[in-house]
Design a protein around this ligand. Structure first.
Ligand SMILES: Cc1ncc(C[n+]2csc(CCOP(=O)(O)OP(=O)(O)O)c2C)c(N)n1
Length: 534
C-alpha cells in the first residue's frame, strides 16, 4: 500500500518531472512533506514568477513543467502568467492546494470555493478529484492533457488531507505507466495536394511560426525553403514565443508587420502563402485592410484545432508542424525558381543625443557579444524589432518571448530556461518597466545561482505605450513615465550583482564579461525614449 503522496511522486518521476516550481502555503505543505531527494523545488516569491519560471523551464526542457500554487489567492496571482503559457502552447501542470475536505462545505478560511472554475479559460482542463485516492490518476490525466496538442496548462486542485490517504494501487500503477502520444501526421492527400501546389505556384512563400521550433521542425523548414527556393517570413514579432527559422539564413526576409492591412501588403505578389506552426495571425494594432494580397491563397499548418478554426482566411491542415514539414520535404522536388532576394544586413545604429543610446545600438552591442550557443529571453517592447534585426538568431531553441503579451514573462522565464539549459548562456533582455512585473525573479536567480545575464534597457518610460498613443490618436494619457526606477539597485537588494554602463562600447564589453560567466548578473544601460524598429 502506498500513500497518495508516494504514488504522486512516482508519477512525476515517471514523466521526468522532478523539478517543481512553486510558492507554498499551509494548504500545500502536506504535499511537500518528506520532499524526495531526487526532486528539486524552485521557490518563486510570487506566483506569477513561479508560473513564468515553470513556463520557461517546460519550453526549454521539452518536458511538462510543474508549478504548485497556494489555493485561491495563489492561483489568482498566477493567472496572468498562465495566460502567457496558454499563448505559448507550453505544456504545464498547475497544481494548487485546497482546504481539508471536511472544511470545504462550511467554506473555512482559504477554501477555494470554486476551484475548478477559477483558472478558466486559461487552462485546457480543470479538476478537483472526488476522492483522495484519485489524485494520481487526475494528475496523470492533467499531464497528458497539457502535453497533447495544443499544448497548454492543465489544472488540478488537491484538498490538503488527500496526501496521506491510501492510494488506489492498481489505478496508480496504471496512471504511472500510461503514455499518451500526441503528434499527428498530416494525411497523405493533404501533403500531396500542398506539395503539388507549392511546385506549381509562381511565387510561393513560407511564413514560419513558433511551433516549428517546439515540434523540432527547424531543420526541415530550412531544407524545404532551400529545395523549393521559398522566401521565408517570420510571423509578427508579438505573436510568437519562439522562432521557426534561422534569421540569418539567405532565404529569410524578415518579420511580418502585426496588422491586417500591412501584413497582406508585405506579402503582395505571392500566390501561395504557407503558414506553419502559428496562429494566422495574432494581429495588433487594428489597421484594417484585405486579409490576403490580391491573387494570394493561404494554407495554415497547425496542430491546434482552434488556430485552424479561427483563422479568418485560407485553408488549414491539422497536423504536427514538424511532421508536416518532414512530409512536405519528402514530397518536394528541387525547384528551378530563382533564389529569393536576401534580406539587407543590420542597419547601422543611429546617433542619439546625450548619454543614452538607441535601442538599435544596444541590440547591436548585444549582437557583438552574443555567443553562438546563447539563448535570448526577450521582454523589451520598444526594442523587440531592433533585437530581431540586429541579433539574427541562427539556432533552434534560442529565443523565448511571452506570446500572450502579459508582462512578467521575461525575467521569470529566463530563470526557468537557464535551469533547463544549464550549459547554454541565457541573456534576458528586458525593459525596466517590464522587469517590475516579475521583479522577485532576481531573488530566485540569486538563491539558486542561476547564471542569467539580465540586460535592462532603461528609458524611464513606457515607450511602447507612448507609441501606441500616437497610433490610437490618444493624447494626455497619464501613467506613461517611469522616473527614478532603479532596477539595478533592486536587483542588488535581491542578491544579483548589477552594474550600470553608458554607451554601446561599454555595453558590449560588459556583456562580453558577464555572458557565460557562470553567475547571475545585471547590466543596465540608458536607452533614449522612442521605438526602435531596425
Ligand atoms: C501584465 C501587463 N500589464 C500591462 C501591460 C501593458 N504594457 C505593455 S508594454 C508596457 C510598457 C513596458 O515598459 P518597458 O518594459 O519599460 O518597455 P518600453 O516600452 O519602454 O520599451 C505596458 C505597461 C502588459 N502588456 N502586461
Amino acid at each position: 500500500m502506498s500513500t497518495v503522496r508516494e504514488a504522486t511522486y512516482e508519477l512525476f518521476r515517471a514523466h521526468g518531472m522532478t523539478t517543481m516550481f512553486g510558492n507554498p502555503g499551509s494548504t500545500e505543505l502536506p504535499m511537500l512533506a518528506d520532499f524526495p531527494d531526487d526532486f528539486r523545488y524552485v521557490l518563486g516569491l510570487q506566483e506569477a514568477v513561479a508560473v513564468g519560471m515553470a513556463d520557461g523551464f517546460a519550453q526549454a526542457s521539452g518536458t511538462v513543467g510543474h508549478v504548485n500554487l497556494h489555493t485561491a489567492p495563489g492561483v489568482g496571482n498566477g493567472m496572468g502568467a498562465m495566460f502567457n503559457a496558454q499563448a505559448n502552447h507550453t505544456p504545464l501542470l498547475v497544481t494548487a492546494g485546497q482546504q481539508v475536505r471536511a472544511h470545504m462545505t462550511m467554506q473555512a478560511n482559504l477554501t477555494n470555493r470554486d476551484a475548478t472554475r477559477m483558472p478558466h479559460p486559461l487552462v485546457k482542463w480543470s479538476f478537483e478529484p472526488a476522492r483522495g485516492a484519485d489524485v494520481p490518476a487526475a494528475l496523470g490525466r492533467a499531464i497528458h492533457t497539457a502535453s497533447l496538442p495544443p499544448k497548454g496548462p492543465a489544472f488540478v486542485s488537491i484538498p490538503m488531507d488527500d496526501w496521506t490517504d491510501e492510494a488506489d494501487d492498481d489505478g496508480s500503477a496504471h496512471a504511472i505507466a500510461r503514455r499518451v502520444g500526441g503528434r499527428n501526421a498530416p494525411s497523405a492527400d493533404a501533403v500531396a495536394d500542398l506539395a503539388e501546389r507549392l511546385a506549381g505556384a509562381a511565387n510561393p512563400v513560407l511564413v514560419a511560426g513558433p511551433d516549428i521550433d517546439a515540434s523540432g521542425g527547424w531543420d526541415d523548414a530550412v531544407a524545404l525553403a532551400e529545395r523549393l527556393r521559398l522566401p521565408v517570413w517570420s510571423i509578427p514579432a508579438t505573436g510568437g514565443g519562439r522562432l521557426g527559422f534561422p534569421e540569418d539564413h539567405a532565404a529569410f526576409r524578415g518579420i511580418l508587420p502585426p496588422a491586417i492591412g500591412p501584413l497582406a501588403e508585405t506579402l503582395a505578389g505571392h500566390d501561395l502563402i504557407v503558414v506553419v506552426g502559428a496562429s494566422a495571425f495574432a494581429y495588433y494594432p487594428y489597421l484594417p485592410g484585405n486579409l490576403l494580397p490580391d491573387g494570394g491563397s493561404l494554407v495554415l499548418i497547425t496542430s491546434d484545432p482552434e488556430e485552424a478554426a479561427r483563422a479568418p482566411m485560407g485553408e488549414a491542415i491539422l497536423a504536427d508542424p514538424g511532421l508536416a514539414l518532414a512530409a512536405l520535404l519528402a514530397a518536394a522536388d528541387e525547384s528551378d525558381r530563382d533564389a529569393p532576394e536576401p534580406r539587407p544586413g543590420p542597419a547601422d545604429p543611429q546617433e542619439v543625443e546625450g548619454d543614452a543610446i538607441s535601442g538599435t545600438e544596444a541590440m547591436a552591442a548585444l549582437a557583438g557579444a552574443f555567443p553562438d550557443d546563447g539563448i535570448v529571453v526577450l521582454e523589451a517592447p520598444s526594442s523587440t524589432i531592433a533585437l530581431r534585426s540586429q541579433l539574427r538568431i541562427s539556432r533552434p531553441g534560442s529565443y523565448y518571448f511571452g506570446a500572450g503579451g502579459g508582462l512578467g514573462f521575461g525575467l521569470s522565464a529566463a530563470v526557468g530556461v537557464q535551469l533547463a539549459q544549464p550549459d547554454r548562456p541565457v541573456v534576458c533582455v528586458v525593459g525596466e518597466g517590464s522587469a517590475q512585473y516579475a521583479i522577485t525573479s532576481f531573488w530566485s536567480a540569486a538563491a539558486y545561482d542561476v547564471p542569467v545575464t539580465f540586460l535592462v534597457l532603461r528609458n524611464s518610460e513606457y515607450a511602447i505605450l507612448k507609441w501606441f498613443s500616437l497610433a490610437e490618436g490618444v493624447e494626455g494619457a497619464p501613467g506613461l513615465d517611469l522616473p527614478a526606477l532603479d532596477t539595478a539597485a533592486t536587483a542588488e537588494s535581491y542578491g544579483v550583482p548589477a552594474r550600470r554602463v553608458t554607451g554601446g562600447e561599454e555595453l558590449r564589453s560588459a556583456l562580453g564579461e558577464e555572458i557565460g560567466s557562470g553567475k547571475p548578473s545585471l547590466i543596465e544601460v540608458g536607452v533614449a525614449p522612442g521605438m526602435w524598429l531596425e
